[in-house]
Design a protein around this ligand. Structure first.
Ligand SMILES: Nc1ncnc2c1ncn2[C@@H]1O[C@H](COP(=O)(O)OP(=O)(O)OP(=O)(O)O)[C@@H](O)[C@H]1O
Ligand SMILES: [Mg+2]
Length: 313
């Protein structure tokens, strides 16, 4: 069974997508793990980064091939899609001209926003409230069903969530063993994290009681908090600068010292240069510039990946 992890923060631009891709790349490169990426964000940033923007456009719009939207369409049409058709195998770029052999991806689609609204409106009537609760669970299980159908094939499934809490995001949460919160060490990002945890606790409680009430076999297991990964940290003398240290320490004292990853990612142009070329920062040797910074960020990322393995158990 894979460990399923949602990367969540309602604050935009904190590095959810960047970290999702790099955790997958690091798990594959450093630990020979098999990883499935799921891009849940209609902005499709992970899809672009993973396979390149024009291959994405060709796949999705010119050839009209499957994406995550196909799965949701299958749900509405009562004709479930075959997961194998939706997973893009060995297409995630690892270095110039090469792809990962052990990282696969389910691409996103911009129309997921509309599907979310459709999902919210969809209410199947049942013979009683209990049956209707069962239908609600089915609706929230769309992503879980997909993952369950390929559970033998992967060690990790990483889900890049959009910066909101709509039903599509909730279905990722429902499917996950853990949620991990990428954050930048600024006041607004960190204030929001306590709120995220409160929401997640509430979702766990709601799903728990829905499951019990529905009378379905088995049980719902809570999605656990995997920790906060600080990103875009400014350093001075190989430690976070004073202001950032203060925010990181405040977060630890508010949420508990183990709530924050010990390792973090620095701010720098290595990651952005690599992203422009649809490469992970580990491929720093293939970059036209910023190689030194990319090499440093790759080291930091590696430490985060190693810590991720010890936390997500
Ligand atoms: N450590 C870093 N150093 C420099 N730039 C970074 C770093 N991490 C991410 N970025 C850049 O910051 C921008 C935002 O990152 P990213 O898209 O991963 O955030 P996000 O949380 O997924 O955003 P959204 O909420 O829109 O989905 C991107 O341009 C990315 O290349
Ligand atoms: Mg993103």
């Amino acid at each position: 069974m894979p460990k399923v992890v949602s990367m969540i923060n309602w604050k935009g631009g904190v590095g959810k997508t960047t970290l999702t891709l790099h955790l997958a790349a690091g798990l594959a490169l450093r630990h020979s793990k098999k990883v499935l990426l799921i891009d849940l964000d209609p902005q499709c940033n992970l899809s672009f980064l993973a396979i390149g923007a024009s291959p994405y456009i060709s796949h999705t719009y010119k050839k009209n091939l499957s994406t995550l939207k196909t799965i949701f369409d299958g749900y509405f049409d009562r004709n479930p899609a075959d997961t194998a058709d939706v997973i893009l195998k060995q297409r995630v770029r690892s270095s110039a001209g090469k792809v990962f052999t052990n990282v696969d991806v389910i691409l996103s689609h911009q129309e997921l926003t509309l599907l979310d609204m459709k999902l919210a409106r969809e209410k199947r009537s049942g013979k009683d409230h209990r049956e209707e609760t069962k239908f609600e669970i089915e609706k929230i299980s769309i992503i879980k069903t997909v993952i369950d159908s390929v559970s033998e094939e992967y060690d990790y499934v990483l889900i890049d969530c959009p910066p909101n809490v709509n039903l599509v995001t909730q279905s990722a949460f429902f499917a996950s063993d853990y949620y991990v919160v990428p954050a930048i060490p600024d006041f607004l990002s960190t204030v929001g994290i306590a709120l995220i945890n409160q929401y997640m606790d509430q979702f766990n409680k709601d799903y728990q009681s829905m499951w019990t009430y529905s009378g379905l076999p088995g049980s719902y297991s809570n999605t656990k908090f995997g920790g906060i990964i600080f990103n875009m940290v400014d350093e001075y003398g190989e430690r976070p600068k004073k202001g950032h240290t203060k925010i990181i320490n405040n977060t630890k004292s508010e949420l508990g010292s183990n709530s924050v990853f010990k390792n973090y990612i620095t701010d720098g142009d290595g990651i952005s240069t690599a992203s422009e070329m649809n490469l992970p920062v580990y491929a720093f040797k293939d970059l036209p510039r910023a190689q030194q910074n990319a090499s440093k960020q790759a080291d930091y990322m590696g430490e985060v990946v190693d810590e991720f393995i010890t936390r997500i158990v």
